[in-house]
Structures are given as C-alpha cells and as structure tokens.
Ligand binder design. Structure first.
Ligand SMILES: Cc1cc2nc3c(=O)[nH]c(=O)nc-3n(C[C@H](O)[C@H](O)[C@H](O)COP(=O)(O)OP(=O)(O)OC[C@H]3O[C@@H](n4cnc5c(N)ncnc54)[C@H](O)[C@@H]3O)c2cc1C
Ligand code: SF4
Ligand code: SF4
Length: 452
C-alpha cells in the first residue's frame, strides 16, 4: 500500500467516487467526485492532535461499531494518505453549532470548514473495477439471534476484537462484558461531574453535603432554589454510587472469551440466500481460532461446518495443525439454533452428523462465518459504468477471459467478480492490469499511426 502511495505513475484519489463515464475503450472520460474532507490533504501531517481534542464521539465504522472514533478521524492507522477527515454528519461546527476545537489544535493549519466537493475529469484508456464485496447480514437467519444475543458476533467483528489496533487491543473481550464496562465508564464520568458540582456547593456554603442533606430533609432551606439543586445533585450522586457498586463487582470476574464456537456457511451454501461457497471463510475461521489461542492458551474452539474446505497448497496442513496445536475441534454438522444461557453465554444446538445425535453446548462467544455477498458499491458502479452483473449481482465476466467485463476496455478483479481470498484477488488484479495495459498500448499505437 505504501508503494502505491509513493509510486510516481500512480495518482491515488482516495475519498472519491466515480460519478460519470463517457467515451469508449482506449478513450474514456471519467468524472470523479473528490469529496470534501474539510482538511487540506497537502497540509495535514497525520499527527492526530485534532482528534485528541475533538469532543464528538461516534461509533467507529472501521471497527464495525465495536469501538468509538471522533468526528475528525483517520479511517485506520496505516491508511494512505495519512490525512485526517471531518465527518460532516457528526461534526458540531459543520452542523451549525459552535466548536472549531480541531482548527485551534492543528499546528499545520490544515482544517478548512469551507472546503467543498470537487468534480474532476480524467482521461483514461481502460478501467479496472475492484469494488469488492459486502458481508452477509446474519440477522436474516433469525434462529442464530445475531444482535439479540450480544455474544454472537460475525467473523469481521471477531477479527477486530483480535486485532492489536482494534477496540480491545487484541483481547477477545465479550461484547456483553464490554457493554458493562462502557456502562461503568459512563456512570463514573457522570459521578465525577456530579462530584465537582457538589464540591462547589460545599465550598460555597462551607458545609459537607451529608450534614447539609440531613438538614434539608428535615425541612430546612425549603424555599432555597440553589440549595435544592445541591440536594438534588447530592441525591443523584449517591444513587449512582449505589448503582455502580454491584456492576463493578460483577465486572471484576470478567475475562476474555475462552470457549469459542465458529459456525460456518452462514448465508453461504444456503438456498435461502447464496447457494455458492464463499471460499475463504473455512480458512479465516481456522486462522481466527489459532490467533485466539495464541493470545490466550486456555482458549478452545469448536468449528461447526458441513465440511471444512481447506482448498489450496498447505491449507489442509494448516487445518490439521490448528487441531493438534491450537485446541480446535471440528464438528461435522449444521447448527440449528442459538439460545442465550446464563451469564449471556450462547448455547448452540446442533446435530453431530457423525454420531447422529442432537446436542447442545454452551460457549463464551459464537462467531458466525458470514457469506461473501455482492457489494452495494459493485452494483452501483456496474450500473454507472454500464457493465452487466451475473445472476448473483457479481460482475459478469467471460469464462475464457475471466477479468473482462461485458464492456470492452473495462476489467474487473477480486471479490467484485466472485468470492476470492487475498492471494487470488491480488493475482487477478495483476491479470486485470495486464489486460488494461494491452488496451492502452493498442490505443496509443492507433493514435501514433493516425498522426504519422
Ligand atoms: C472476516 C474475514 C477474514 C478474512 N481473512 C482473510 C485472510 O486471512 N486471508 C485472505 O486471503 N482472505 C481473507 N478474507 C477475504 C478477503 O477479505 C478478500 O479476499 C479481500 O478483501 C478481497 O479484496 P477486494 O479488494 O476484492 O475487495 P475489498 O477488500 O472488499 O475491497 C474493495 C474496496 O472498494 C471500496 N469500494 C466499494 N465501492 C466503491 C466505490 N463505488 N467507489 C470507491 N471505492 C469503493 C470498498 O470500500 C473497499 O475498500 C477474509 C474475509 C473476511 C470476511
Ligand atoms: S469542529 Fe468538528 S471535528 Fe473539529 S473538534 Fe469540533 S466536532 Fe470535532
Ligand atoms: S468456505 Fe467453508 S464456511 Fe465458507 S461457504 Fe465454503 S464451506 Fe462454507
């Protein structure tokens, strides 16, 4: 990625979207919307001082909502370019309120609230679509109770929990426990604010709150509005301290999730949704189970699947190594239902097809290996460029020319075509680049001949 950012022949138009396409193979005109970041790209040094001070906290989409970010943010730490962006949906200043804290903090003077979207036109010989895929929404399979049971998560969510740069710095904390910890933090913040207000009253009236409260309850200062505020704040503070104590006690027992269940083919190989195999999810579940075990050696993982598709050089050995060294058990069987047991533990009911028995087992966390679904961005881009989609809404390609779309000069690679893993996507990207280079070369040749 860094190489792309530095390459002299590559212009990277990040935070931009194609709006219009005109022309034909060898001579396209593309109109691109360069969205306003409200931060000057050439001035921003990526130091992050602005986001430290920004008071607006919103769910972090990069961490699939599991953590928070500020209204001024960088999408992720190693992003290219490293410039920050203001989210106009949430920024106080852009919403018409008073703020501008980031502008005061930024020593590079990069903040520009007057920046507007720009439309730029680019002449290109060929186009490569690489708009990828979306993750299947498992709440469509109601028996798995995703979103209803907090400790049922998707593979993407678990991947973020395992990541050192994720919301839990790589610890597989259970979402139900994280919610309790967030509640404690919010209550403590509120208690802190109330404590500061109470202290001001104590200083003003030179009296402790407990002594004042007794008098107030006995009917003294009845008509004194200021002292009523003091009494109310003191009562609220005591109520919060009382609420917080048992929650904190409960949180003392929290550890990382150690009994993991992975459920394969969630939305894939399922005629209600996508009949095809998503290809990469068996391997990423094994990978996540191995990483979880590396982080916490007591972790055990059970992978439920119709079969494990370890297709590729060395993949089968990886699967066996997971079983031998990382406490992974593979169970052949479809999970029928997930219910919530004690302590927010998901309970999985499944048929073990080898033993021909229906069983139930309790886990700390269940991870759903969700299907690779056609991307919304791919569908929109295909409509805009006038290229055809196949019956599942992936980009249609020629079986004998697998990176050629139905429009000459427009090529495609990666999960816009079909579910592919990273090495397959990268090698397809090389093929698509080669096909695009052929078109550009041929059209340059034609132009040269026409001039000669
Ligand atoms: C949980 C999980 C774990 C995985 N782990 C592995 C692994 O360990 N190894 C492995 O090989 N594979 C893994 N995969 C598969 C891997 O994610 C894919 O192979 C890979 O992301 C495909 O790359 P892509 O570039 O085709 O698509 P994407 O990664 O989806 O990238 C497409 C990009 O295009 C952008 N985009 C979409 N529409 C537009 C638009 N209109 N304009 C501009 N930009 C747009 C999207 O925002 C996105 O950034 C995993 C998948 C999942 C779900
Ligand atoms: S102006 Fe917007 S982005 Fe800047 S600090 Fe305030 S809320 Fe955050
Ligand atoms: S890769 Fe594995 S989990 Fe994913 S759809 Fe295929 S069989 Fe199911």
């Amino acid at each position: 990625m860094l190489d792309v950012g530095r390459h002299p022949n590559i212009d990277l138009l990040a935070y931009s979207e194609v709006e219009k396409l005109e022309g034909r193979s060898g001579d396209f005109k593309v109109t691109v919307r360069r969205k306003a970041r409200y931060v000057e790209e050439d001035k921003c040094t990526g130091c992050g001082a602005c986001k430290e001070k920004c008071p607006t906290v919103v769910p972090d989409a990069f961490n699939v909502g599991l953590g928070d970010r500020k209204a001024i943010y960088s999408w992720f730490a190693q992003g290219i370019p490293s410039t920050h962006t203001i989210d106009p949906e949430h920024c106080r200043q852009l919403k018409g309120k008073k703020c501008g804290v980031c502008a005061k903090t930024c020593l590079a003077e990069a903040i520009n609230f007057d920046q507007k979207d720009r439309l730029v036109e680019i002449g290109v010989g060929a186009i490569i679509v690489a708009t990828g895929y979306d993750v299947f929404d498992p709440s469509q399979i109601f028996e798995y109770r995703y979103k209803e049971i907090p400790n049922v998560v998707t593979s993407i969510e678990f991947e973020r929990l395992l990541s050192a740069s994720g919301p839990t710095a790589g610890h597989a904390g259970r979402p139900s426990d994280l919610a309790v910890e967030a509640e404690i933090e919010a209550l403590e913040k509120k208690a802190g604010r109330l404590q500061r207000a109470i202290t001001k009253f104590e200083d003003k009236y030179v009296e402790s709150s407990s002594a004042f409260s007794k008098k107030y309850q006995d009917g003294e200062y009845k008509d004194d509005k200021d002292r009523k505020r003091w009494a109310d704040k003191y009562a609220e503070h005591l109520a919060i301290l009382e609420t917080i104590e048992p929650i904190k006690k409960k949180a003392e027992g929290f550890t990382v999730a150690k009994r993991l269940a992975f459920i394969q083919c969630v939305g894939s190989r399922d005629f209600r949704f996508y009949p095809f195999c998503s290809g990469y999810c068996c391997m990423h579940s094994i990978k996540e189970a191995i990483i979880a075990h590396e982080h916490e050696t007591e972790t055990t993982s059970t992978i439920f699947g119709m079969d494990i598709r370890a297709v590729g050089k060395g993949f089968e050995q990886y699967k066996i190594r997971g079983g031998n060294n990382s406490n992974i058990t593979y169970i052949r069987g479809r999970v029928a239902e997930i219910m919530e047991g004690p302590d927010n533990n998901p309970v999985v009911t499944y048929e073990d097809t080898r033993e021909r028995r229906v069983k139930s087992e309790e886990f700390d966390m269940v991870i759903l290996a969700t299907a690779c679904a056609p991307g919304r961005g791919t569908i929109e881009t295909a409509n805009l460029l006038g290229i055809e989609l196949d019956r599942y809404d992936f980009v249609k390609t020629d079986p004998l020319s697998p990176v050629d779309t139905t429009t000459p000069g427009i090529f495609v690679c990666g999960c816009s075509v079909a579910p592919l893993d990273v090495p397959e996507s990268v090698s397809q990207a090389s093929s698509a680049s080669e096909r695009a280079a052929e078109v550009v070369f041929q059209s340059d040749l034609k132009k040269e001949k026409a001039v000669a």
